[in-house]
Ligand binder design. Structure first.
Ligand SMILES: [Zn+2]
Length: 302
């Protein structure tokens, strides 16, 4: 009883326009409300059906259609996970870019051989619209009461960063020394490709500092550090997402209102959101056991 949805051309165009309008409204609303923290919490849900696996714009689009949504997948993907969409459930939609091959004459070696020509919609269903096998838990909550647990997590991040981030060659967690900046609990030095985290703060705060500096290295490693408010927002928001996902205390985070740092610019907001989402996924994936993702290609495209 597959109920794969099909649309005629006019219907498809209308759905794409509806989705674009909803996305604009959602981003504009985010600019002018205090909902940033809630947005970051939406990014902090893990697993292959997590809506954070989609682009930031599609994540916003999903939240605009179902504010409580945390997991979404196609009809077929839910089946593959042992769950079926309940009869009569209405799909939510994300925008899926459509590409055309570039003409050979205009194609250079570095240029992508495909050009964005428009969008189609991809119908998805939320977890709560499905029945069946329980989703495998994918979050391992962290508790740094045991020093070993903290050391292990730091080691995991260190190994992942050294293996995959070209802007990190050393991560040092050490006691404060004479000459260290009195106002800082850690820093990323772009020139020496090193991250330092000081141990004179509680472990959960040391961890947040490490993630913050790692986000700078991932996102800003090849550009000037600390030159713009947006870079601080990106690093601190990434730390918030990662700490929230791991069940760590986030009460001490003070994130400025979007209206302040994005200057009313929706493009700026969406670009920052995408950076935060990307850095958070890189770091959270490094802290979780690897898992198969059958939809990897489809999600990358969406
Ligand atoms: Zn910073």
């Amino acid at each position: 009883m597959a109920r794969q949805q099909t649309y005629d051309v006019d219907q498809l165009k209308a759905r794409v326009e509806t989705a674009k309008t909803a996305l604009d409204a959602q981003l504009n609303a985010l600019l002018h409300t205090e909902a940033w923290t809630q947005t970051l919490k939406s990014m902090a849900v893990l697993g292959q059906t997590s809506i954070a696996r989609f682009s930031f714009r599609n994540l916003m689009l999903l939240v605009s259609q179902r504010p409580e949504i945390h997991h979404a997948a196609t009809f077929q993907a839910w089946r593959a996970l042992g769950r079926s969409v309940r009869k009569g459930e209405k799909a939510v939609h994300v925008l899926k870019p459509r590409f055309a091959k570039r003409a050979a004459a205009t194609q250079s070696a570095d240029e992508a051989d495909k050009q964005l020509v428009g969008f189609s919609v991809l119908p998805l269903f939320a977890l709560e619209q499905t029945d069946g096998a329980p989703l495998e838990p994918t979050v391992t909550p962290r508790d740094f009461a045991e020093p070993e647990a903290f050391a292990h997590t730091v080691e995991q991040l260190r190994n992942a960063a050294l293996a995959s981030c070209p802007h990190v060659e050393a991560i040092e967690v050490r006691a404060r020394r004479d000459g260290d900046s009195t106002g800082a609990y850690g820093w990323f030095n772009r020139a020496t490709k090193s991250i330092v985290v000081l141990t004179d703060a509680p472990p959960h705060q040391q961890f947040a500092t490490l993630v913050h500096e790692l986000a700078h290295a991932i996102l800003h490693g090849d550009a000037d550090h600390h030159s713009r408010a947006r870079k601080e927002v990106e690093a601190e928001s990434t730390a918030f997402v990662v700490c929230h996902a791991l069940g760590l205390d986030t009460a001490s985070f003070a994130l400025p209102y979007v209206a302040t740092w994005a200057n009313g610019d929706v493009e700026e907001l969406a670009a920052a959101g995408e950076n935060i989402r990307r850095a958070s996924m890189v770091i959270l994936d490094a802290l979780q056991p690897p898992q198969a993702d059958d939809e990897a290609e489809e999600r990358a495209a969406a």
